[in-house]
Design a protein around this ligand. Sequence first.
Ligand code: PLP
Length: 403
Amino acid sequence: MAFRSGRHSLQIPGPSNIPDRVLRAMDQPIIDHRGPDFSALAKSVFGGLKRVFKTQQPVVIYSSTGTGAWEGAMVNTLSPGDRVLAFETGQFSNLWCVLGEKHGLKVDLVPGDWRHPADAAEAEKRLVADKGHAIKAVMMVHSETSTGVLSPVLAMRQALDRAKHPALLLVDTISSLAVNDFRHDEWGVDVAISGSQKGLMLPPGLSFNALSKKAVEANKKAKLPRAFFEWQPMIDTNQSGFFPYTPATMLIFGLNESLAMLEEEGLDNVFARQERLAEATRRAVRAWGLEIQCADPKAYASALTGIRMPDGVNADEVRKVILERFDLSLGAGLGKVAGKVFRIGHLGWFNDLMLTGALSGVEMGLAAAGVPHKRGGVDAAMEYLGSNIIGMAAAPRAAATGR
Ligand code: PLP
């Protein structure tokens, strides 16, 4: 690759940018993972994770990508031949179903157009109709990273409750944790699945299962084969700050730092910051005269925006031009929308000028690639950001005026 000066702009929807503080926290001599320093570190991390998931119950940490945590959620709670109800919101919802089928589960997939959220009313209808309680779990992807569609977790819980159905609720929060509000205990989620490389601002390599008491009970009867992903040895050893096998020590150092950063900012401020950057991005897309992949404004994810290309334009060609000309990486369209959509990731450690820089790269790239569009997207984003100042940006002004 040709020599490039300056920083690369990484605006894919994960892995997200890693804060310098987190990089420094991982830049340490390795420590004994069976010694007292590690135990103290791990206990701090488990406490912080519970606060981020908003749970009092155990959170299991795997040394794996998010796919491993999908598998962990299933093999610990279900048995071969069990029926599960799932919702097609994009590529990741579908890949999770494929994983379930490989484990011998029978998946009832409610089809979707990749532009709308999981339908809790449809879930309720199916759960009410399931008089014999053959459905053992409802699986949903909270933030569908392939499309930018956010599905309603609480509404799904309420659908289960109204149907008086005992199925477990399994929720993929891989690109929503520490990006959009998520409340594990309050929303009655049984297993939340997540990963390190998105809102937690870490490299890929750690994944999580947040559990409920009901999930831990289900674990005792679940018959799917499991070994590495078995919860119980983790729950037992984690209590004293240890793992049943070698943990990813350096990533745990990084996680401790990223959890500290999230607490310093405050989770509500994190959610507000992410949503504000997402809204600025959507305003830019509309000003360009382009279409947002998520067709339901109530279901916009804060982690990313999917942008549909006009007919006849190959989204991957546009991304290629933008990468070559402006050293900006954007997310590819996946699965059914490959070549039709590209994605701007605006999650994690990210601010106004990083966003306006990325949007400038996109606007120049649209012109360079000959994509029919209007100018003024960056202006629309700047107008919104400039007149909606929150968080740290607002503080000095408040101090100066004494308010
Ligand atoms: N689920 C969602 C919503 C994702 O965004 C991803 C990855 O981006 C996955 C699952 C799979 O995770 P991984 O690639 O870390 O295995």
